[in-house]
Design a binder for this molecule. Structure first.
Ligand code: SF4
Ligand code: SF4
Length: 144
């Protein structure tokens, strides 16, 4: 019986003297994890930022995260980096039209916009369209 796929979106910060790509590729070689790079950039200070979707078993996912941390990479779950101000959100639905992962989606019966953080890739598109600035994505170098 195959183990159920465990899937998480994570955000990585690489110090200037570390190249991220070999370490990320090692996640496949060492821990049989599949990855999709959702976003990557290098700052003028040569720090690297990467948002990844990681897929595998839960056990190997945790081993992979430990491996990255042991190699001086700062790791955080994307879900910890985004929030919605529930007081401000008026459930207008504008963000649901542009959210590429359907993290923000309509519950038509209840007539509310639901927010599933686990699917979010921190692309920042909802931040730009929200008329009341209810969405907040925490990044070190400004909104993506
Ligand atoms: S666009 Fe803003 S106010 Fe409208 S549903 Fe989305 S988060 Fe809420
Ligand atoms: S940042 Fe906003 S638009 Fe982008 S995936 Fe997350 S909830 Fe959707």
């Amino acid at each position: 019986m195959t183990e159920k796929a465990y899937r998480k979106n994570i955000h990585l910060i690489f110090p200037p003297d570390i190249s991220g790509n070999p370490l990320v590729c090692n996640l496949t070689r060492l821990y049989d994890l599949t990855f999709n790079i959702l976003k990557a950039q290098i700052t003028p200070r040569k720090e690297g930022y990467m948002t990844l979707e990681l897929i595998g078993t839960e056990e190997n996912y945790h081993k992979g995260i430990t491996y990255l941390k042991e190699n001086q990479i700062k790791v955080s779950a994307v879900a910890q980096r985004i929030s919605r101000d529930e007081e401000s959100c008026m459930h207008c639905g504008m963000c649901t039209a542009i959210c590429p992962t359907s993290s923000l989606h309509n519950d038509r019966e209840a007539r509310v916009v639901l927010f599933d953080k686990e699917r979010c890739t921190a692309c920042g598109m909802c931040v730009r369209v929200c008329p009341v600035n209810a969405m907040n994505v925490e990044v070190e170098n400004g909104p993506w």
